[in-house]
Design a binder for this molecule. Structure first.
Ligand SMILES: [Zn+2]
Length: 308
């Protein structure tokens, strides 16, 4: 069964001026349910990350400031949200959800977080709407608990996962692959295990070719036992922040490529959402829903029809 992490706290509303479209967290599950792609049984309510789990990845000082709400204005500003206890809690649920998705992916082949992909959070600070780094925390927990030995991060958000690159810089068991806009935030990039910088206004064909030239080789050479896939939809031409020019079909083809390769290689894939900032929220929701539809189709519908 396609397990999907979802919690009421994901819906936390932030003022309009933050530009972060929180409505998508409500709209994605509602649409998938309405279409009958999934039922309530697909959802699971994630647990909350413990302090001990946070400290596998984040510094004691940063966590203390979050916990006591004592980030200075200068420290809080790059995050882009006004810090509240609820927002910190929200981040804890989201990060634990990503870890639980990894465990479900090991069981079912794939699992998805309706949120997550907070790849701009560093060990000692947050930025770019990211408080905790969910994929790094989940990776550190899997490694520490003997639940994975080699982890591949496939980050196809249009923004570089600078937090992932920084946190995993000295961790050879986690390979961070990021494909992102060369001329996009973060303007001072970190060094991932593999960074591919994309030209502004790149379209479907060229983008998909680069992915096809890279991903199969990475999977063969690194031989991960799990993949975290950040399936952000800020690669769309309609995105206000993205600077690339993928169509809805191109974005869907990207997801299909990643999912089919992971499945063919028999590597579990845990999917996190990442960004999406199209003017029309409909473009964001539709593109994210495609990822869920594909996961259901490729890992479950096709698999059962083949065995019949
Ligand atoms: Zn992004």
């Amino acid at each position: 069964m396609l397990k999907i992490a979802y919690s009421e706290i994901f819906r936390y509303s932030v003022p309009e001026k933050h530009r972060f479209p929180m409505q998508k967290y409500t709209m994605i599950p509602e649409r998938l349910l309405a279409e009958g792609i999934i039922t309530q049984a697909n959802f699971f309510a994630p647990k909350k990350l413990s302090e001990e789990e946070i400290l596998t990845t984040h510094t004691t000082e940063y966590w203390h400031k979050l916990k006591t709400q004592t980030l200075t204005a200068k420290e809080a500003r790059p995050i882009g949200f006004e810090m509240t206890p609820t927002l910190v809690d929200r981040g804890r649920y989201i990060a634990h959800a990503t870890y639980e998705c990894a465990l479900y992916a090991q069981q079912y082949g794939v699992a998805m977080n309706v949120a997550g992909g907070t790849h701009h959070a560093f060990a000692d600070h947050g930025e770019g709407f990211c408080v905790f780094n969910d994929v790094c925390i989940a990776s550190n927990l899997l490694l520490a608990r003997g639940q994975a030995k080699k982890i591949l991060v496939v980050d196809l958000d249009v923004h570089q996962g600078n937090g992932n690159a920084s946190i995993m810089a000295d961790e050879p068991r986690v390979f961070v692959f990021s494909m992102h806009g060369a001329k996009n935030y973060p303007f001072r990039k970190q060094i991932s295990d593999l960074d591919i910088e994309l030209a502004t206004d790149m379209e479907d064909t060229e983008y998909l070719q680069i992915l096809a030239d890279t991903l199969p080789r990475l999977i063969t050479e690194f031989a991960p036992d799990i993949i975290f896939y950040q399936s952000a939809v800020d690669v769309l031409a309609t995105d206000k922040l993205g600077k690339l020019a993928l169509s809805q079909e191109g974005c869907k083809a990207r997801d299909e490529y990643v999912l089919r390769h992971a499945k063919a290689a028999n590597i579990p894939v845990a999917i996190v959402m990442g960004g999406g900032y199209s003017e029309d929220i409909e473009d964001v929701v539709e593109a994210h829903c495609n990822t869920f539809r594909l996961a259901q189709q490729i890992f479950f519908d096709e698999a059962s029809s083949n065995s019949n």
